[in-house]
Write a protein that binds this ligand. Structure first.
Ligand SMILES: *Cc1c(COP(=O)(O)O)cnc(C)c1O
Length: 389
């Protein structure tokens, strides 16, 4: 049976299982050895070589999900991102990164790259021309993240892939928000796909991990640095991550279904000003979303009408948790202005459209009516308080 012919949920459940030859158990055994035989073996195994049985086999599942040849699992999303970038960039090279980017990635570039004499440019917008016009003769890498955080703006995958290929530049995407359930960038010609596995891959807000998927050749380049820098994930957590990923497909689809309905509910609500969700016809990138995404994902943002206090709204919620991070089975919300994007200046937030009334919503798997009821009661509470004040 060819692996690529298997359905998504079958890949999630079965690809990369380790057969329990000894006891015939139904699930992958956990191999915690940090010491393996060195003679009469095909591979020298060691956790920091990213090749223990659990690491090697779970990587197959991740590669299959992303339509890639190979993958590596890291101790965090940032370990995956930093190792990938440093593996391809040397002193004197230049990297182009999209403007709206995960804060940790932006910090890595702005706080560290000068010391390594790596030049970088953040684009002004997300259109192809915004990338084209900042390319330099020494540009080695283009880095994108679509949908973006927190306004769910899209970058055209095919256009960026074509541009990169025509210039011989390596293209990298952070596919954390979409997951391979919703978007397969490699099918559009993007070279390397990165995940914060802390998010949907883990899915239960209890694992910190990262992953990279690409061609065998690129994965070898990344591995050559990774084995030196040592950002591997413990086998215990690798095993837990395998357990989580069996339900990746059904979790993300359930979250996605909820998100679509909640986006419509919020868009129609008179106390909500704007909703940012690529699945809404009102979203500026709706057409592009239909072209490159299999569905629209489970992240959305919305803005309360003027005069309503977003902090008070969060405090009034009873079911939805006001928490950092995202992608767990539980619904969470945060205020980008004081959480994920607090380090930006007011002016930077204004130009990115991140107001004090903007809320980012990571939609969970709870019953839709309970999520809606929670939002309704919180909105009712803060609008009554406002009338009384
Ligand atoms: C969380 C996140 C990261 C960083 O991942 P860690 O596991 O926290 O290191 C990178 N990109 C995106 C889009 C994220 O949401």
């Amino acid at each position: 049976m060819a692996k690529e012919k298997l359905g998504l949920n079958t890949v999630c459940t079965h690809v990369g299982e380790i057969k329990d030859e000894q006891f015939k158990g139904a699930i992958s055994p956990m191999y915690l050895s940090t010491s393996y035989q060195f003679e009469d073996v095909d591979v020298l195994r060691y956790p920091r070589y990213f090749n223990t049985p659990n690491q090697e086999y779970l990587s197959k599942k991740i590669a299959a999900l992303e339509h890639a040849e190979a993958a590596l699992i890291f101790g965090s999303g940032m370990a995956a991102i930093s190792t990938t970038l440093m593996a391809f960039l040397s002193a004197g090279d230049h990297i182009v990164l999209q403007k709206d980017l995960y804060g940790g990635t932006r910090n890595l570039v702005e706080e560290q790259f000068d010391r390594y004499k790596i030049e970088y440019t953040f684009t002004e917008g997300l259109k192809l021309s915004d990338f084209e016009k900042v390319l330099q003769p020494n540009t080695k890498l283009i880095y994108i993240e679509t949908p973006s955080n927190p306004l769910l703006k899209l970058v055209d995958l095919k256009a960026i892939a074509d541009l990169s290929i025509s210039k011989g530049i390596v293209s990298v995407i952070d596919n954390t928000f979409a997951t391979p359930v919703i978007q397969n960038p490699i099918d559009f010609g993007i070279d390397i796909v990165i995940h914060s596995a802390t998010k949907y891959f883990g899915g239960h807000s209890d694992i910190c991990a990262g992953a990279v998927a690409s061609s065998q050749e690129h994965i070898e380049t990344i591995w050559n640095l990774a084995k030196n820098t040592g950002g591997s994930l413990s086998d215990f957590t690798v095993w837990l991550l395998e357990r989580s990923m069996k339900t990746l497909g059904i979790r993300v689809k359930a979250q996605n279904r909820n998100a679509k309905k909640l986006a419509l509910f919020l868009e129609r609500h008179k106390l909500i000003d704007k909703v940012y969700y690529p699945g809404l016809k009102s979203h500026s990138d709706y057409k592009l979303a239909k072209m490159q995404m299999k569905d629209f994902g489970a992240m959305l943002s919305f803005e309360l009408i003027e005069g309503l206090d977003a902090s008070a709204f969060l405090k009034a919620l009873k079911l939805i948790k006001p928490c950092m991070s995202l992608a767990g089975v539980e619904s969470t919300m945060l205020l980008p202005s004081i959480a994920s994007h607090a380090l930006l200046t007011q002016k930077e937030r204004d130009t990115q459209g991140i107001t004090d009334r903007l809320l980012r919503f990571s939609v969970g798997i709870e019953d839709k009516k309970d999520i809606i009821n929670d939002i309704e009661q919180a909105l009712a509470k803060i609008s009554v308080e406002k009338v009384m004040n």
